[in-house]
Design a protein around this ligand. Structure first.
Ligand code: NDP
Length: 273
């Protein structure tokens, strides 16, 4: 019987995950079917019970459920616990084990693109769920410093405190970045979805600095345009991270890590909005 997997969230019809995972399955000769299932806010528990009953072996979780999923898992990984969010579920007899592959996806994409992290001054914009998943993996790469900046002042403070045992995170607001210089700036805000750029001061990107945008698609590109205007030597969007976090989930489920370049290249021409 064909093994079944799904991505759940709302909205879900535009998710690229089915395309990515079905391509991984074909490339690695795995007999599986991966589908997108619409799950509205407030119905996650019922949906997970239903998927378990229907025999699904694994589930990816996206907006708006990532932060609600941990409490519905019988066990969660240390990285998911630190992130306070689950994006991958692995079936167990009793229910679901939760994991979070977003941070691993980011680091693998930065490595694929040969971005330097070690000894670099790194600035992360935003402090939502994605940032919580990125902090520990970024600190493990030994940056010279890691600063997290957000438009709302209290969330970076909270993150710095939460990750104190893992490493040093300098909390800032966008306005107080004036005068600082960073070698790598990672945009992990959702501002691009509204077509806007987080209001950070000009001049914070060091000469020769690089920029990475978690969002992708031409309609969500204000940060990449800003990076270009600031003279960034490297600019990348988050499509590679999307594919890499999917590959990490696929490896957890199937015990085989798929090659990512081919799938990434196939997504590029149609990436659109
Ligand atoms: P959250 O909703 O948890 O956090 C959103 C963050 O964006 C908050 O820090 C929020 O600030 C900030 N923000 C929103 N609008 C603005 C604005 N106009 N100006 C400045 N800051 C703003 O989202 P996630 O952390 O889950 O996701 C963040 C982004 O990363 C999304 O675009 C998502 O699509 C993308 N992502 C990409 C992945 C990939 O694989 N490429 C994986 C995961 C996420 P405040 O606290 O002040 O509201």
């Amino acid at each position: 019987m064909t093994d079944r997997y799904a991505v759940i969230g709302q909205p879900i019809s535009h998710s690229k995950s089915p395309t990515i995972h079905n391509a991984f399955a074909q490339a690695t000769h795995q007999d599986l079917r991966y589908e997108a299932v619409e799950v509205p806010a407030g119905t996650l528990a019922d949906a997970l019970q239903r998927l378990h009953g229907d025999g699904f072996l694994g589930v990816n979780i996206t907006l708006p459920h990532k932060a609600d999923a941990p409490m519905l898992c019988e066990m969660i990984s240390e990285r998911a616990q630190l992130a306070g969010a689950v994006n991958t579920l692995i079936r167990s007899d009793a229910g679901w084990r939760g994991d979070n592959t977003d941070g691993e996806g980011l680091i693998r994409d930065l490595q694929r693109l040969a971005y330097a992290i070690k000894d670099q001054h790194v600035l992360v914009l935003g402090s939502g769920g994605a940032v919580r998943g990125m902090i520990a993996p970024l600190l493990a790469e030994q940056p010279a410093s890691l600063t997290v900046s957000n438009r709302s002042p209290w969330t970076p403070e909270k993150l710095a405190e939460q990750f104190r045992t893992v490493g040093t995170v300098t909390p800032r607001t966008h306005a107080t970045l004036k005068g600082d210089r960073f070698d790598l700036i990672i945009n992990a805000t959702s501002a691009g979805h509204a077509g806007v750029m987080p209001r950070i001061p000009a001049g914070v990107l060091a000469k020769g600095g690089a920029c990475y945008d978690l969002t992708y698609g031409t309609a969500h590109a204000p940060f990449r345009k800003w990076a270009e205007a600031q003279g960034a030597t490297r600019i990348a969007d988050g499509l590679g991270m999307l594919v890499e976090q999917a590959a990490a989930a696929f490896a957890l489920w199937r015990g085989v890590r798929p090659e990512t370049e081919t799938v990434l290249a196939s997504l590029r021409p149609s990436q659109g909005a």
